[in-house]
Ligand binder design. Structure first.
Ligand SMILES: Cc1cc2nc3c(=O)[nH]c(=O)nc-3n(C[C@H](O)[C@H](O)[C@H](O)COP(=O)(O)OP(=O)(O)OC[C@H]3O[C@@H](n4cnc5c(N)ncnc54)[C@H](O)[C@@H]3O)c2cc1C
Length: 393
């Protein structure tokens, strides 16, 4: 029987709609993606054709409200989509994940004019982008950023450098975190979030080379007397940028957890299949207990990571505070991805090390899940603080 699933804004879809949507994603992956991943990955080539198909599927508006042309999906449905795509090629999810966090910042905190101007074009994928927070000197300690905006009449003039920005080359608009007061105490009161569209003074200084997460562009962005109208200050008020950024972290961590589940599942799928066809000592290696204990642990990690991610997404959809739950899901799912990728490589033996199989890609992609959207070291601290705060004596 079909039931309704609500998102935190009160919009709903039915479980039947969710099944149809996931079916269409599976069909797309089978038809247009699976056979092309290996070539694009090894050439580190941006998947333009797939991005056009992702627009058609509505992925760039997945979590945007219907009134702005989005699909208004609950986080729980969205997480399933991210997992499904990451099981095939995790890089693809990066193209719309941070874009949607930018969209969420505008929808939750933007002025009515900003919502009207940007959200419909974000939802169609006409304007795509992401988040520009990290700088060469800081990532975890975001309150230490140096990029600075100075008011000049109806505009702000911005100077500074951002690094590791996903979609930095192919994207055209970014939620840009800056200081509007370098001396504010506490420091976060001097931070503001702008919608920065590429133009004079906003350039890409380099494409960053990396271990994995190929295909999607990671770039350093430079702002050199970049002039942005004051109307692009998200929410229209200075000093709220840190809260607006932190407000997107729960969904961001559910995103990363869902990607981790995808990688962990892919490693389990590959290992399960290979262990049944590879023979040693006269039998398939899946009949050796040493391999069985690995597969048993891998399957258990997949299930636990999925359940933690679903539970965090459901709490998010209900509008509950879920920084602890999202942190637990992100921590466990990313570590599961890393461990499953390693175990898969061991099960494949020498072939796991070969670029002819997807195993080495999973092994290169998994560590990013432990770093992005707040490192796992920080997740443990967040979880511990919440555990103590929720259980005072
Ligand atoms: C492929 C890729 C894509 C990315 N995409 C984006 C993007 O789109 N937008 C964006 O803004 N950023 C992006 N990032 C940046 C990412 O968010 C940061 O790398 C991450 O937040 C960590 O910051 P850092 O690298 O400066 O490490 P640091 O903050 O320097 O941390 C170094 C180490 O110290 C630990 N540490 C730091 N502070 C503490 C503490 N208080 N207690 C305990 N341990 C601590 C950390 O856990 C880590 O182990 C991306 C990074 C990569 C690699």
């Amino acid at each position: 029987m079909s039931t309704e699933i609500f998102n935190r804004a009160g919009d709903s879809i039915t479980t039947e709609d969710e099944t149809l949507l996931l079916d269409s994603i599976h069909r797309w992956l089978d038809r247009d993606v699976k056979d092309k991943v290996m070539a694009l990955e090894h050439a580190d080539e941006y998947p333009h054709e797939m991005v056009a198909q992702m627009k058609e599927l509505g992925l760039f508006g997945a979590t945007i409200s219907r009134e702005y042309g989005g699909l208004a999906l609950p986080a729980s449905t969205y997480a399933k989509i991210v997992t499904t795509i990451s099981e095939v090629w995790m890089s693809l999810s990066g193209i719309f994940n941070s874009h949607l966090i930018m969209c969420a910042a505008v929808e939750r905190f933007g002025t009515p004019e900003q919502k009207q101007e940007y959200l419909p074009r974000f939802a169609k994928g006409e304007i795509r982008g992401g988040l520009a927070l990290t700088e060469p000197g800081c990532g975890t300690d975001l309150q230490a950023i140096r990029t600075h905006a100075v008011r000049d009449g109806d505009n702000y003039v911005i100077n500074g450098t951002k690094t590791w920005i996903s979609n930095g080359i192919e994207g055209s608009c970014f939620a840009l975190l800056v200081k509007t007061d370098l001396h504010a105490e506490p420091r976060h009161q001097g931070m503001s979030l702008f919608l920065a569209e590429k133009g004079d003074g906003f350039s890409v200084s380099k494409k960053l080379k990396k271990l994995g997460y190929k295909g999607i562009d990671s770039a350093e962005l430079v702002f050199d007397d970049y002039v942005v109208p004051a109307s692009r200050l998200i929410g229209g008020e200075e000093g709220l940028g840190f809260q607006h950024t932190v407000g997107g972290l729960e969904l961001g961590r559910i995103n990363v957890a869902a990607r981790g589940v995808g990688i962990a599942n892919a490693a389990l799928r590959e290992a399960t299949a290979y262990s049944q066809v590879r023979e040693t000592m006269g039998k398939p290696i899946c009949q050796h207990q040493a391999i069985q204990t690995k597969i048993g642990d891998m399957a258990t990690r997949c299930e636990a990571a999925k359940l933690l991610t679903e539970s965090a997404a459901q709490a998010y959809d209900k509008g509950e505070r879920c920084d602890m739950e999202a942190g637990m899901a992100k921590l466990f799912a990313s570590e599961s991805a890393l461990k499953n990728a390693e175990e898969c490589m061991r099960i494949f033996g020498g072939y796991g090390y070969s670029t002819e199989f997807p195993v080495e890609r999973l092994y290169r992609d998994a560590p990013l899940m432990c770093i992005g959207e707040g490192t796992n070291e920080m997740q443990k601290i967040i979880i511990a603080r919440q555990q103590i705060a929720r259980n005072p004596v």
